[in-house]
Design a protein around this ligand. Structure first.
Ligand SMILES: C[S@@+](CC[C@H](N)C(=O)[O-])C[C@H]1O[C@@H](n2cnc3c(N)ncnc32)[C@H](O)[C@@H]1O
Ligand code: SF4
Length: 206
């Protein structure tokens, strides 16, 4: 039998792990239809979407009470065994004004929380808040962690820049992300970096 991976903040028996119960559900936060990154593989950077955005889209939240509906559904799901929530968004969840309210609610409901984010807007104050609510973070770096004296460094920072879709200084983009991830590790939050695209680019480059 496969070894059971232990998840932070969620304590499951073997029976629960292998039951067909719904143990984790997702909350999609209501965010503006734009992102502070423009990952080339994501619809958020689609020229069609960008072209059709109107000024009011940047500040409009489609349904201001969306989170309240989610709260009702979460309470219902708890009755059938829900243990954990993943907080995500169609775009970047940290841009949602309801982020803390949603996290407070999920925490009060005794559910384990995972937050999916590119991490750019994680301030020290927000990290402390997330730590106090035992939130695990799923964030991303599309390349390996290397230091400036590595022969890979110049390639790595360029690839990371391309994968974020950001304009600007490649070294700063890479170092900011790397330092954010290191801070999360030191802060004892679970940081998982997804090396999703390095495998695609490496053979092309070499
Ligand atoms: C849409 S993002 C929202 C959360 C946050 N902005 C982030 O990127 O982590 C949620 C997840 O969808 C993934 N994603 C984006 N575009 C995708 C695509 N075209 N196919 C599969 N996953 C994608 C992202 O890598 C991320 O893990
Ligand atoms: S950070 Fe997330 S939402 Fe933003 S462009 Fe990248 S995948 Fe899409």
């Amino acid at each position: 039998m496969k070894k059971i991976v232990k998840l932070a903040g969620i304590d499951l028996s073997k029976e629960e792990m292998y039951s067909k119960k719904l143990l984790r559900a997702g909350i999609k936060l209501n965010t503006p239809p734009v992102c502070n990154w423009a990952c080339p593989y994501c619809y958020a950077s689609s020229p069609e979407l960008q072209k059709n955005l109107k000024e009011e889209d940047y500040i409009r939240y489609k349904d201001a009470n969306w989170h309240l509906k989610m709260f009702k559904w979460v309470k219902e799901l708890k009755k059938v065994g829900l243990k954990a929530i993943t907080i995500n968004g169609m775009f970047e969840p940290l841009t949602s004004p309801k982020l803390k309210e949603v996290i407070n609610f999920v925490y009060e409901e005794n559910l384990a929380i995972t937050l999916v984010t590119n991490g750019v807007l994680l301030t020290d104050e927000l990290i402390e808040f997330l730590k106090s609510k035992k939130v695990s973070i799923l964030t991303k770096l599309n390349v390996p962690i290397v230091e400036k004296d590595s022969p890979l460094y110049n390639d790595v920072i360029e690839i990371q820049k391309q994968m974020t879709g950001l304009k600007g200084n490649a070294e700063k983009i890479y170092e900011d992300q790397k330092n954010m991830i290191k801070k999360l590790i030191v802060g004892l939050l679970l940081a998982i970096s997804t090396i999703s695209c390095a495998k695609i680019f490496w053979p092309i480059r070499n």
